[in-house]
Design a protein around this ligand. Sequence first.
Ligand SMILES: C[S@@+](CC[C@H](N)C(=O)[O-])C[C@H]1O[C@@H](n2cnc3c(N)ncnc32)[C@H](O)[C@@H]1O
Length: 331
Amino acid sequence: MRDEHAFATRPIDEMYRWFADEAEPTSPIWGTLCRWIAETPEVCERLDTLPGRRRQPNLFLASIRYLNGPTAPGDEFIAWVGENWDAIEELILSRSTQTNEPGRCAVLAPVLASLPQPIALLEIGPSAGLGLFPDKYRYRYTGDVRQEVTPPTAQPDAPELVCEVTGRPPGDPSLLVVRARAGLDLNPLNPGDPDDVRWLRALVWPGEDARERRLVSALQLAGSNPPRLIKADVTERLHLLLALAPAGTTPVIMHSAALAYLPRAERDDVVQQIRDSGMHWLSFEGPTVVTSVREQLTDDDAWASRPNFVVALDDVPLGRAAAHGSWVSWY
Ligand SMILES: C[S@@+](CC[C@H](N)C(=O)[O-])C[C@H]1O[C@@H](n2cnc3c(N)ncnc32)[C@H](O)[C@@H]1O
């Protein structure tokens, strides 16, 4: 079947120009480099030899970081890409964009805390599983809610996640207790494996230093007590994950920045399986990803100029938030 995804079909120069705009606000280094790549045929021609979705800019850029390559435009960059192309290509073909962002827990924790405790948290597409520890991070909320929260089982020196809040959160994370946690991923990463850790760090954009520090401390936390992660395709094996909720818990199926990777028909099918399970369903994705959530959003115009994710529980949108959890606006 022909791959129609934009990463597979869009001209390289156009794609890197688009990506430059995406990266610029938080990573001017990537913004500048990507804009220059778009104007540099020597680099574009090489990138155009990559197959299908492997042409996605994030994979090439993470490979540069992983291999400690130069990040400034110019002849040195062109020469480095030429000399290291075999290693770059091998990485791009063997690795995927599995960015794992613990900051999202600042948005998810108040929703989980609104349910009967304790929780069994079952995540689709967990990457290294950093989203499976909402009860182990500390939270500092600012804005309408000024609150420093340490859930009952979090250590006093646990990684702190900061989030600016508008509106009233659905629950209080100081009540959150996660009794069981498990995930199912096409390619689970191991938070204790140095090579996986290096790749996850490489996926963070240069200049996002606070984000990288947060990632490293969350990886240490998860690496000291790794969650159970099943290697499987959710479109075929969701039932393996659903079977892992122990008696006496409230099972919650959760996914963040994961369903977007499935083609629409398979995504709708997974959503139907989640509904049929009768378990709670916590979704944190871009506004158009889950069809039924998308149809309930009546405030798109107000949010058109601010990139956002939608947090929804049991198919009901609860709020909009930054994709990495740095702010949330509850309905
Ligand atoms: C961008 S990462 C998000 C990781 C994590 N949920 C977070 O929010 O930080 C997307 C994850 O979804 C996984 N994934 C994509 N398609 C999948 C599928 N069909 N079955 C299981 N996992 C899948 C990928 O392997 C990857 O680890």
